[in-house]
Design a binder for this molecule. Sequence first.
Ligand code: ZN
Length: 277
Amino acid sequence: MSSGRLKDFSRLCIHTITTKPWEIETAVEQYAAEGVPAISVWREALCGRDPRRTGERIRAAGLAVVALVRGGFFPSVSAGKRKEALAENERALHEAAALGAPLLVLVPGADPRQPPETSRQQIREGIAALLPLAEETGVRLAIEPLHPMYADTRSAVNTLAQANDMAEYFASPWVGVAVDVYHLWWDPDLEREIARCGAHDNLFAFHICDWRVPTTDLLNDRGLMGEGCIPVRQIRGWVEEAGFTGYHEVEIFSDRYWAEDQKSFLRKIKKVYLEHS
Ligand code: ZN
């Protein structure tokens, strides 16, 4: 079943990485001026800033903070590196709390020097170790499964079924899943797994963009909605049927769009958001 057309921007959120050439202060000002009601903040965008003050600035502009992106990258063959990763995630949780972000998105990570199942075990251990601080800081954790092309170094969690398994293993209100259409659109089980995710109250975030054909870069050639082959509106319908009422987060890494005038890019995002999401 596919969903109806979106009528307004009330559920639109943009990731700071989408308009990477802008400093976060500019992004906040411009999103607010264009009536974008929410922002997800990448940690890079906070560099050299006090997250608390940045959070205040965002709220003063009338925007909601949806998530801090990103923690994770738990696995390594080196126990020392795993420990460092955990410390980095703890810093990320404190940053999220200071910023006022209710959610930390986890890119799970992988180490190609070990089997994926070993990496998944280390991801489970990393989340288990992080969970008490998540609860203490009031910041939820969203496991984001990544497309299998990133299974070597970025994520040993590659399907929504795997992310659901992991979230259900924790059975905690503080651990859920981020559904990103770029990573999951190809999955024949997607509709069923989205329903399962919602049924367990684990659907924490929804990221949108498009898969350009042909894709010229496996990291930085994401497209605007409608520009590629992802049935974004259909997937949004599944997500809504699963009970999701949160924001639609536009997350686009694109050398092509980063080279453009960001103001006109932002207007394009709004236009295609209504037409294709
Ligand atoms: Zn994402």
